[in-house]
Design a protein around this ligand. Structure first.
Ligand SMILES: *Cc1c(COP(=O)(O)O)cnc(C)c1O
Length: 377
């Protein structure tokens, strides 16, 4: 036991002193974001989407925090994520596998009390055969495709499904659901179209509870709420609706250490391919995060990091483990070996960096690597 303590202390000391990047995850802010969504949804319940390791933030820490806030419905994408998360959560929490029931997982799924989201008749038959074999009633969720052509029962399978349900079975349907393709765009016609299709489905499958809204749809109004919402990105501080003000609180901040500085004359090539050539004397700093740490290569010559609010443009290509930035705007000597610059924080939001990288906040979050020292507050 003593040696355990020693090991963990040593680890803390070495990472805290020597880390080249600090990823801070504010669990209190996560809790406030959840409460904000709950207050917008009440009496509709708010679940939480914690797939892809809770969008890169750590599914166990995130799910435990949200459980503490009263969340009891947790959505992952893959069966393996549900298996990993199951021991963290008490039995009154349910874990749903959005990508559906994969052949070979049926027994393990049933035995671990994981709830599959059934997306097709084939999956429905497999799950009900499993229930018969185990001589048990097994829970499931039914997902319908309302216009995304990604997952869920297609329209052609609905009649047969309705008949199968009518025949009585040993599968207990907890609720039915669908997913919106364009909920982040409040102006999109697709929202109304999918909502109309969902009401047809509700008529064809009367008596079932409905889950529809992701983060964006929480802000589209009651028609989209069903009885259980499934927010993801908004919990983690991402903007639920593109172009609108972000009502959520930031959860993640990232600072990265300077590993070298130099001053170079005009005409100096910087980085791989010599793709950037200085036009004037320039002070440069190389910081210890690259595309392997989740800074997309598309940030090359486009993105920036910040120091005390001053923008430091990325020059040249993003390397695997580092990027080089122009620090000429800072007083000489402001940055030295070990100084920390801001990648995500008060000067640069997730949306800012995603825009510069030509991507979305989701991809930035889920890409954040595991070489940072992660600090949960
Ligand atoms: C990822 C996902 C969500 C969460 O979406 P956000 O836009 O992050 O809120 C909800 N439902 C389904 C089916 C999903 O795949």
């Amino acid at each position: 036991m003593d040696s355990d303590i020693l090991v963990s202390r040593t680890r803390t000391i070495t990472t805290a002193q020597g880390a080249t990047g600090y990823l801070r995850i504010d669990l209190a802010a996560l809790g406030r974001n959840y409460r904000k969504l709950v207050s917008m949804l009440t009496p509709v319940r708010a679940g939480a989407v914690v797939k892809a390791d809770a969008y890169g933030l750590g599914a166990e820490r995130v799910a435990s925090t949200l459980y503490g806030e009263g969340c009891r419905h947790f959505f992952v994408a893959q069966f393996v994520e549900a298996v990993r998360l199951r021991p963290t959560l008490a039995n009154d929490a349910q874990i749903f596998v959005l990508n559906g029931l994969q052949p070979g997982n049926e027994i393990a799924c049933a035995e671990r009390g994981i709830v599959p989201v059934l997306n097709s008749l084939a999956q429905w038959r497999q799950w009900s055969a499993t229930a018969r074999m185990l001589k048990r009633c097994l829970p499931a969720v039914l997902q319908f495709d309302t216009g995304m052509s990604r997952l869920g029962f297609p329209r052609e399978e609905r009649a047969e499904l309705a008949a199968a349900l009518g025949d009585g079975s040993n599968v207990e349907i907890l609720f039915i659901m669908s997913h919106l393709a364009s909920a982040d765009d409040m102006e999109s016609d697709q929202n109304g179209e999918q909502c109309a299709e969902m009401s047809c489905i509700a008529d064809e499958f009367p008596g079932f509870d409905l889950s529809f809204a992701n983060s964006g749809a929480v802000f589209l109004g009651d028609a989209y709420h069903g009885v259980l919402a499934r927010p993801g990105i908004a919990l983690y501080g991402g903007a639920p609706n593109a172009g609108a003000n972000n009502p959520m609180e930031p959860v993640v901040s990232l600072t990265v250490a300077v590993v070298q500085t130099r001053t170079v004359p005009a005409g100096t090539k910087v980085g791989y391919g010599g793709a950037y050539v200085t036009q004037r004397e320039m002070r440069l700093a190389t910081i210890a995060a690259g595309y392997a740490d989740g800074l997309p290569r598309s940030l090359g010559d486009r993105g920036a990091v910040y120091f005390n609010g001053t923008r430091l443009p990325i020059v040249g290509r993003v390397s695997m483990d580092s990027v080089t930035v122009d620090v000429s705007a800072l007083p000489e000597g402001a940055l030295t070996l070990g100084s920390l610059v801001e990648v995500l924080g008060p000067s640069q939001t997730l949306e800012d960096i995603a825009r510069d990288a030509g991507t979305i906040s989701y991809e930035i979050l889920t890409g954040l690597g595991d070489r940072y020292d992660r600090q949960y507050r």
